[in-house]
Each structure stands twice: as C-alpha cells, then as structure tokens.
Write a protein that binds this ligand. Structure first.
Ligand SMILES: *[C@@H]1O[C@H](CO)[C@@H](O)[C@H](O)[C@H]1NC(C)=O
Ligand SMILES: *[C@@H]1O[C@H](CO)[C@@H](O)[C@H](O)[C@H]1NC(C)=O
Ligand SMILES: *[C@@H]1O[C@H](CO)[C@@H](O)[C@H](O)[C@H]1NC(C)=O
Ligand SMILES: *[C@@H]1O[C@H](CO)[C@@H](O)[C@H](O)[C@H]1NC(C)=O
Ligand SMILES: *[C@@H]1O[C@H](CO)[C@@H](O)[C@H](O)[C@H]1NC(C)=O
Ligand SMILES: *[C@@H]1O[C@H](CO)[C@@H](O)[C@H](O)[C@H]1NC(C)=O
Ligand SMILES: *[C@@H]1O[C@H](CO)[C@@H](O)[C@H](O)[C@H]1NC(C)=O
Ligand SMILES: *[C@@H]1O[C@H](CO)[C@@H](O)[C@H](O)[C@H]1NC(C)=O
Length: 339
C-alpha cells in the first residue's frame, strides 16, 4: 500500500536527520569559533580553577566551542557575543581574562554568590558590550570610572552586590544607557547631576538601598523617567523636580529617605500609577489632582502632611495605612474627621 511507509526506510531517514543535527557531527563541517575566543574561554576556565560548571569547555572533545555551555556565537562572524553564567556556587574572582572576549555584546553573571573581589580592570576592553548584568554576586569595591569606555552600553545592572564608593559621573558619557540598576549595594556620595544623559522617555533608574546622600540633582527636572527608584537611602531636600505636567513617569519609589518638600507644590502628572513616598518629611497638603489619577498604589505614610485627603478616584480605596502617621491628615479612609 502506498500510504504505508517502509519502517526501515523511516528509521534510516530519521537517524540521518538526527546525525546531521547532532553538534559533534556538525562540528566537522561548520566553522569553529574563533581561536582567540576559544583561548579566552580556556583562560577564564583556568582562572576559575576548572570548575565543574565549565566542564563542557574542553578542546579534547570535537565540539565547536560555540556549542559550549553558557555562551552563544554570532551566526555570521562566529565570535562569542554572549556569555551567561547563572545560579552557581562557583568560587573565585571575575577573571581578568574576560576582557579577552572582545566581541562580547552581552555579559550576564547572575546569582554567583561566591564570586568575590572587584570588577576586573579589563572589563572596559569589551567595547561592543550593550547589555551588562552582574547581580546577586559577592563582588565588592568601586564601580570603575573606566566603565564609561563601554560606549555602546544600553543596559547596566549591578544590583545586589557589595559595591562601595561613589557612582562615577563618567557614566553620563555612555550616550544610550537607558536602564541603570545599582540598587542594593553600599554606594555612597551624591547622585551625579549628569548621570542620565539619554533624552527621551521610559528611562529606568534604580539606586534604592544604598547609602547615598545629598539632594536629587536639579537637572533631573529635564529627564522623563518611566520608572525611578531611590528608596532607602539618605537623600534629602526637594523632589518636586521628578514630577511635572509633561512627565510620563509611572512608577516612583522614593520612600525611606529624608526628602523635605511641600507636597502642595508638587505638580502631579496624569501618567502616575505607583507612588511610594512614605517615611520622609513631606509637609503641606496632598494635591487635589491626585483624585484624578488611575493609581494602582499609593503610600504617603510617616510624613508631616496636613489637611483633607482628596476625595475621589482611587483615594478612598486605599486602606488607612496608606495615610497613617502624618501630622494632621484627615478624612476617609482615616478615622480622623476634618475640622
Ligand atoms: C559558597 O560560600 C559559602 C559561604 O562561604 C559556603 O558555605 C559554600 O559552601 C560555598 N559554595 C560553594 C559551592 O563553594
Ligand atoms: C588574556 O588576558 C590575560 C589577562 O588579562 C592576558 O594575560 C592574556 O595574555 C590574554 N590572553 C590572550 C590569548 O589574549
Ligand atoms: C556601537 O553601536 C553602533 C550602532 O549599533 C554600531 O554601529 C557600532 O559598530 C557599535 N560599536 C561597537 C564598538 O560595537
Ligand atoms: C536587575 O536585576 C535585578 C535582580 O536580578 C532585577 O530584580 C531587576 O529587575 C534588574 N533591573 C532591571 C533594570 O532590569
Ligand atoms: C514641558 O513642555 C513645554 C512645552 O511643550 C516645554 O517648554 C518644557 O520645556 C517642557 N518641560 C519639561 C520638564 O520637559
Ligand atoms: C505649601 O505650598 C502651598 C501652596 O503654594 C502654600 O499655600 C503653603 O503655605 C505651603 N506650606 C508650607 C508649610 O510652607
Ligand atoms: C505604607 O507604608 C507603611 C510603612 O512602611 C506600611 O506600614 C503600610 O503597610 C503601607 N501601606 C500600604 C497600603 O502600602
Ligand atoms: C476607627 O474608629 C473606631 C471607633 O472609634 C475604632 O473602633 C476603630 O478601631 C478605628 N479604626 C482604625 C483603623 O483606627
């Protein structure tokens, strides 16, 4: 019968297909990854004491090094363009040999708690880098000024480490950096005035849970963040420059600082969806315009606010802890009747 396939033929065909797609079989035909990248990878492996995680990084097996664990090569140039080492107890420092992977566009070192020591001085050699994540590791010491040599960086995430010292103002030289997350470190000093040089909107800045002092730079009046997170620092002074009629900022996490500002003078913008400003020194009244917002979340507790909670919108749908511990706020949902 013509509709029934020959089982022997099917099996032969299937194994031929499997063989063709098997990496070791393919290795003989395809261009192997660049010898410089291979040597750089072997250097990284050696510097990390040949860990089990990198056991596939081995030239004694006939496998194109583009097939090794934790990396990808560019389809046309065959240069290693991404390296990602994740969720491992691997001990040691970030090897300086990483700077030899000069065609890297993405570097992700995520949840490697036993990786300690500084950011290697060779990192700025990775001129093609666009996406840099080193988070949840034990790395310590300063963020080097030379990070500004990574001119093509668009995304920088150094959160959840033990970094100390100031935020280098040289970061402003990275023209297209739209995502900056330096949260949960031990960074000190002030926020550099020119930290964000990129214009446009939907910028993301997170500096929460550090030891930052001083005021928010006045230059931030001109910046339209999509999300800004400055919680749990020692920042002081005004923060009204983060607000304004033209802004499209949706998420603002500004709680647990020492911001001292007249809330009545804050120009609430309609895009605002999430405002966390508890544990500061805000005074004055809550702007009436807040009743016109589509707020998902609000917390103004532990400030020095007075007057009637604006009535309408979502304002009365939040529970009293949104508003409690202020000087003389009154009206629903607080239990305090306005005079
Ligand atoms: C990582 O470090 C911790 C604390 O020093 C240690 O207990 C743990 O065994 C280390 N893990 C590995 C896989 O080396
Ligand atoms: C790689 O980098 C190390 C340290 O940064 C250097 O000593 C070594 O010569 C480099 N190797 C290659 C193959 O470029
Ligand atoms: C930086 O990005 C631009 C635009 O994508 C590209 O033309 C240029 O080659 C990149 N430079 C490096 C060093 O990768
Ligand atoms: C940076 O990494 C942290 C921790 O993994 C993550 O929660 C955060 O969303 C990342 N930041 C950005 C801007 O993606
Ligand atoms: C807001 O828009 C006005 C007019 O379009 C412009 O002159 C002003 O500079 C803008 N302000 C900000 C903070 O972008
Ligand atoms: C806060 O600003 C409002 C509006 O400009 C003003 O009426 C009020 O007196 C100010 N409050 C304080 C305590 O300075
Ligand atoms: C507001 O913040 C305070 C202080 O951190 C907290 O106790 C309260 O539960 C929060 N309320 C809401 C609704 O988030
Ligand atoms: C509000 O007031 C009532 C009556 O005085 C009291 O029973 C209740 O515990 C109060 N609720 C809050 C959240 O303070």
């Amino acid at each position: 019968m013509s509709s029934q396939a020959n089982p022997v033929l099917v099996a032969a065909l299937l194994s031929a297909i499997l063989l063709a797609f098997h990496p070791s079989a393919a290795a003989g035909k395809t261009v192997k990854c660049h010898p410089e990248d291979r040597d750089a990878l072997l250097g990284i492996k050696k510097a990390l004491n040949n860990p089990y995680l990198l056991s596939s990084w081995d030239t004694s097996i006939e496998v194109d090094c583009c097939e090794w664990y934790g990396l990808d090569c560019d389809a046309t140039t065959h240069r290693v363009y991404t390296l990602y080492l994740l969720d491992n107890g691997l001990p040691g420092k970030i090897p300086s040999e990483i700077g030899n992977l000069t065609y890297l566009r993405e570097l992700i070192l995520h949840k490697l708690p036993n990786i300690t020591g500084p950011i290697p001085t060779t990192l700025p050699r990775l001129r093609h880098l666009e996406f840099l994540t080193i988070d949840w590791t034990g790395i310590a010491g300063p963020i080097p000024d030379s990070i500004s040599q990574l001119k093509n960086l668009t995304y920088l995430n150094l959160s959840y480490n033990k970094l100390t010292g100031p935020i280098p103002s040289s970061i402003s030289k990275i023209a297209n950096l739209g995502y900056i997350d330096l949260g949960r470190n031990r960074l000190t000093g002030t926020i550099p005035a020119s930290l964000v040089s990129l214009k446009g909107n939907n910028l993301y800045l997170k500096l929460s849970q550090n030891l930052l002092t001083g005021s928010i730079p006045e230059s931030f009046r001109e910046i339209d963040f999509g999300q800004i997170e400055l919680s749990r620092n020692r920042l002081e002074g005004d923060l009204s420059m983060l607000f304004g009629k033209n802004k499209t900022t949706q998420f603002m996490f500004l709680d647990r600082n020492r911001f001292e500002f007249n809330f009545s003078k804050v120009e609430i913008h309609s895009a605002l969806s999430w405002l966390e400003v508890g544990h500061n020194r805000a005074y004055g009244q809550m702007p009436e315009a807040m009743a016109g917002l589509e707020l998902q979340h609000l917390n103004v507790s532990y400030n020095r606010l007075c007057g009637k909670i604006p009535v309408g919108g979502r304002m009365q749908s939040f529970d009293y802890t949104t508003y409690f511990h202020n000087r003389c706020l009154c009206g629903a949902p607080l239990n305090i009747t306005c005079p």
